[in-house]
Design a protein around this ligand. Structure first.
Ligand SMILES: Nc1ncnc2c1ncn2[C@@H]1O[C@H](COP(=O)(O)OP(=O)(O)OP(=O)(O)O)[C@@H](O)[C@H]1O
Ligand SMILES: [Mg+2]
Length: 260
């Protein structure tokens, strides 16, 4: 079965797009999984990170969502296929507002290509509007990147329950794969405390059926080479082979690779 993962957190700038690109790369390269990446954010960071210029595109996920056009798949960029986005996607929420099955547009589209992939990773926007709802409906797993700083952890923990209740309403089968602590700095007490809080919250949430199999994945260290690599349109490993963050990415990809 194809695993469809939504990388979601309503907080902005926590590392969702960076993680989507790098996990896709390692799932394909190290674990041998066929991977499709989907950019569902009008900011189009993932599209840009992958080396595709959003402004030059005639066909993006926007046309698929609004006109049910065929998915505009770009093949084999750094091992993965990509469905790109651009700023026009911001109009989709308004355009779809009065449409039937508006929450199911992404899910319906993805089902047509499901069989070609082992993993579909959806990079969600940092908001909880119709675009994110489409991501949560299309997914069978939720993966939550959380920045290991006080403000971000507080915000995520507060919103986790709400997110989950909404997700359950639209997609009762959605399971939580877990949290990925990001931008971890082992020299700061703040990062250590934040990581501890994430671990405590998730160990409590394990009582909830949908969180039963969730886990706190290995933390991704804070490394400036993440920004450098994406500005060169490369996964971290192809930019900085010896970077110590690569071990965490590979470990997460290995765990995801064994998801049922
Ligand atoms: N582990 C990391 N260490 C240092 N910087 C990082 C790390 N992960 C991501 N970054 C940087 O943080 C910034 C935000 O990352 P990214 O765009 O992946 O976050 P996001 O959650 O997708 O943001 P948004 O909510 O705006 O979509 C980028 O400049 C990125 O290079
Ligand atoms: Mg992003």
């Amino acid at each position: 079965m194809t695993n469809v993962l939504a990388l979601f957190n309503m907080s902005g700038g926590v590392g969702k797009s960076t993680l989507t690109m790098n996990l896709g790369y390692h799932l394909q390269k190290d674990i041998g999984k066929k991977v499709l990446l989907v950019d569902m954010d009008p900011q189009a960071s993932l599209t840009t990170f992958m080396g595709v210029s959003p402004f030059d595109l005639n066909r993006t996920i926007f046309e698929t969502l609004t006109s049910k056009d065929e998915l505009p798949i770009i093949n084999e960029l750094h091992e993965c296929d990509l469905i790109p986005a651009n700023i026009y996607l911001a109009q989709a929420e308004l355009q779809l507002a009065s449409e039937l099955r508006r929450e199911y547009r992404l899910s319906d589209a993805i089902k047509k290509v499901n069989d070609n992939y082992d993993f579909i990773l959806i990079d969600c926007p940092p908001s909880l509007g119709l675009l994110s709802i489409n991501c949560l409906v299309a997914a069978n797993y939720l993966l939550i990147p959380i920045q290991t700083e006080y403000k971000s952890v507080e915000a995520t923990v507060n919103l986790l329950q709400t997110t989950y209740e909404i997700a359950q309403e639209v997609n009762p089968d959605l399971l939580v794969a877990g949290a990925v602590p990001t931008m971890y700095d082992d020299r700061t007490t703040q990062s250590k405390r934040a990581l501890q809080t994430i671990q405590e919250v998730f160990s409590e949430l394990k009582q909830t059926p949908s969180f039963e199999h969730s886990q706190v994945f290995p933390e991704i260290p804070r490394r400036t080479d993440f920004a450098n690599s994406t500005s060169e349109h490369l996964p971290l490993e192809l930019y900085s082979k010896q970077n110590t963050a690569i071990t965490a990415l590979k470990d997460i990809a290995t765990v995801l690779g064994s998801l049922k």
